[in-house]
Every structure is written in structure tokens, then in C-alpha cells.
Design a protein around this ligand. Structure first.
Ligand SMILES: [Zn+2]
Length: 130
């Protein structure tokens, strides 16, 4: 049965070719995935470095700002940035004050004492707070 033998050989050749292709593809995929892992690791390293630089930049800025507050800063262009920081710090203070005002929104109708919103009765005169 030479024809069947020939056929079987062809099938087995095809199968081995296919098998080879699959394993090549698998190797390529494995390489790609390990490349991907390496790239991820390197990207992580980059963001770690960037984070460190950011922290040091902040520290640098804080040191300069403290010099500015002590009037020890000579560079005029840095002074401008520092004055902006000061304005924003003042804004924060204003916001904090407003928050405190909201917290102390309850005023005793009898004596005018201020209380936190969760207080029910005036501790000074005993009136019910609204
Ligand atoms: Zn009261």
C-alpha cells in the first residue's frame, strides 16, 4: 500500500511542520512576554526615579521658600514664584478658617455661645441649640 504510506508521511510531515511553527510562535510569544516584563520593570524603575526627583525638587523648593521667608533669597525670579506660594498658602489658611466657621455654625439663641453642630444644648445656659 505505497499510496497510503505516502499519504501518512505527508500527514506526519505536515504535523511536524505545524508543530515546529507552533513552537516557534510559542517561543516568540514567550520572548515577547519576557520583553514585556523587562519593559514593565524598566518603566517601574523610571517612575521610581521620577518620584524621587519629584520629592527632591519639592525639598529644593521648600529650602528656597524658607530662605525667601527669612528674606535670604537673592534671586529675583525665584522670589516671584515664592510670592505665589505665599498667596496660595494664605488661600489655604482662609479655606481652613471657613471650614472652622462651618463647624461652629451653631450659635446659642440665648447667650450667643458658638458650638459644634453635633451639640444639642448650650453648655453655658442650657438652652436648646437650633
Ligand atoms: Zn447659651
Amino acid at each position: 500500500m505505497p499510496k497510503i504510506d505516502e499519504f501518512n508521511k505527508k500527514v506526519s510531515d505536515l504535523a511536524s511542520t505545524a508543530g515546529k511553527k507552533v513552537s516557534e510562535a510559542a517561543q516568540t510569544a514567550a520572548k515577547k512576554s519576557s520583553d514585556f516584563m523587562e519593559i514593565s520593570k524598566l518603566n517601574k524603575s523610571i517612575s521610581n526615579e521620577e518620584e524621587t526627583i519629584q520629592k527632591l525638587m519639592t525639598e529644593l523648593g521648600r529650602e528656597l521658600y524658607e530662605k525667601y521667608l527669612k528674606d535670604e533669597l537673592c534671586d529675583g525670579s525665584l522670589k516671584e514664584t515664592c510670592s505665589w506660594i505665599k498667596i496660595h498658602e494664605q488661600n489655604i489658611e482662609e479655606y481652613k478658617q471657613k471650614i472652622n466657621e462651618f463647624k461652629n455654625i451653631k450659635t446659642c439663641p440665648n447667650c450667643g455661645e458658638k458650638f459644634d453642630t453635633d451639640v444639642e444644648f448650650c453648655t453655658k445656659c442650657g438652652s436648646k441649640l437650633e
